[in-house]
Write a protein that binds this ligand. Sequence first.
Ligand code: 73E
Length: 831
Amino acid sequence: VEASIPEPQREAWTKNQFDGFKNKDEFEKEVVRHVETTLARSMFNCDDVAAYSATALAFRDRLIKDWNKTQQRQTFTDSKRIYYLSLEFLMGRALDNAMLNVKGKDIAKSALDELGFRIEDIIGQENDAALGNGGLGRLAACFLDSMASLNYPAWGYGLRYRYGIFKQEIIDGYQVEVPDYWLDFNPWEFPRHDVTVDIQFYGHVRKSQDANGKTVANWEGGETVTAVAYDMPIPGYDTPSTNNLRLWSSKAASGEFDFQKFNSGEYESSVADQQRAETISAVLYPNDNLDRGKELRLKQQYFWVAASLYDIVRRFKKSKRAWREFPDQVAIQLNDTHPTLAVVELQRILIDKEGLEWDEAWAIVTATFGYTNHTVLPEALEKWPVGLFQHLLPRHLQIIYDINLFFLQSVEKRFPDDRDMLSRVSIIEESQPKMVRMAYLAIVGSHKVNGVAELHSDLIQTTIFKDFVKIYGADKFTNVTNGITPRRWLHQANPRLSELIASKTGGYDYLKDLTTLNKLEQYVDDKAFRKEWAEIKYANKVRLAKYIKSTLDITVNPAALFDVQVKRIHEYKRQQLNIFGVIYRYLQIKEMSAEERKKQAPRVSIFGGKAAPGYWMAKQIIHLINNVGSVVNKDPDVGDLLKVIFLEDYNVSKAEIIIPASDLSEHISTAGTEASGTSNMKFVLNGGLIIGTCDGANIEITREIGQENIFLFGTLSEDVEDLRHNHTYGKHAVDSGLQKVFDAITSGKFGDANDFGALVSAVRDHGDYYLVSDDFQSYIDTQKMVDEEYKNQEEWVSKCIRSVARMGFFSSDRCINEYAEEIWNIEPLAV
Ligand code: 73E
């Protein structure tokens, strides 16, 4: 506002506004201009990287214009905004998405062609923005796409990691981690060197009296680190709405970079201070569904949350509204417990800085926040030692104690005779050392708590949070089943299928209302349509086969059944069950006669996924998969009947190639462990079938597409506890088929048996926590059904089409509308 141009000069601005490109010629001009000026190159010096950069910059210019207008509109209309706080945003590449969302890809394609470049090569130059581990981070990215596409005034807030998730190399069958330095040139971000926030750590709290005799807390001393904003425009599909993703980067506060020191010969220690500050946003923690409790992680969380809240509060204060109106203007969603400190920070701002009374402030806080839980795995539930809090955030610990005190007092009033209840629900766990339970803090500080698929939402209400349901009532708890954006996961990843669907459903509007996919159902029995459908799948498989050939030098037959499991490697996701099944298949093929082998359906088992660097068991699984591959793939008895592929460095852009090429994908977690899963939705939407357990969103996928279109097997979630109990206290015999697999492994058939001892004994000797043996036989039987059904291609393709037709529910647009209505109380802003 201070820098606003006076009225008389505004005409000069209006008439000179940058209008972006409207056709091929204008776009070419933009590209050449960026090559020659921004990049200081020429036609004699323009490689694919330069052409990518210039193309990206041309689109960025266009996005930022829409971005400006969107932000102005939101400010002028004083609309309520939703702020999505997530420590992970797994965005993948931006160029293709931007081109498609603004409907500029055709222009770019022909222009680049004239300029001497293939658009696919240009798209391929971009690094993935890999600021996430897996499903949780990708969900946040899909949500940003949907919020912009549906015209919701929404901001994402996260951290600008210098290193995203590590790159995975496979060397001699083992995972090796390589740093992912992705920021060399990132045309999609706008550094806002003028948008900074100083963040305090450590120090102590001093109580004093203000002029009215009221006690006030002063957080003093310690050190300060500066947060700098970097903005990424988020274009909606077929709308000018362009939202913002604001990522914070850490640097030494100017006061902290001690020039005195610098000049007086302490150059090294002064540079070291600077580096220490930059460490905060240096690297994404590479653990999925695992909490390791490192101090730097807590520092990241507070740094990001404090900067974001400062920004949000600053924006609210410009409106000059009363504080009690804060929740009418601001909704904040906590993506898991990682941003839970925001609850405490907002309470601190309101009572310590703005002088509100506790109750008044707390009513504002709880009306503002919503909390999404993504996991019930005990090892993933965040807890922080009280001592660490005391040291790093002393004032916040006091506030947490007060929040807990008032909460427990209210519980005691309602349940006067239940002392046990108080210790069970206390935000402070009375362990050695004492711990702060972040999920409990998030529940107490929010007005709604949601799970991410029906089974998961039921489970949190009946197990880990059941006392809180008693305390607050069932209304505070709800379900919002996850979704995926059809723009990236169908239109971008599978353009030919998208085109075919558009031709039958009345154009590309299905991308805005995915339920119109149901129009496809009338073509299920249409032979010509089925043929086109099958051809597209085959072409996608050829594309993947070429990729496999070029990266691994293994030839796979595109007519074989492509059986895919790509996701983070985790014991609960049971890649071990899959590879044991592959070994079983291999042993069977070896025993067959030549005649029998001819009747076998050829299969390619494709794996991909990263193991957390410190997760030893997961790394053993990767090693076993690779070793099985190197035996099976060169066994002349097997030939095309079985190939085992481990694709290196699974990430978003590779998912875009792999998913459209799948016939069958595996979602085989132990029942009750996978909160939702989202790749299950992506695979079905791309015309693949699923083999899966009754877990997460598999259950709702089954309900939508029909149980005849999915291969379900295995233990039900309600039986898991008893089975585990029996393993521990009763006799537990390993399944006989699985025993043969173990015998083959221990015989050294797949390399040194000692390497895989732990994988075998986890099942055989240590209680089989993930029920691999219990589910093995039904897994094998179900795979046999898959083989049989795949032989009838007409029927298989019909199932695929029918499934796609019924997948409308799983759009992240539906999901975001549910959040908007039930949790955020926010409306789209008409454009
Ligand atoms: O089932 C998935 C779910 O689809 C779940 O495992 C994942 O979130 C997806 C989106 O809802 C998830 N990730 C984490 N917790 N749940 C997690 C936990 C700690 C660190 C990083 C990620």
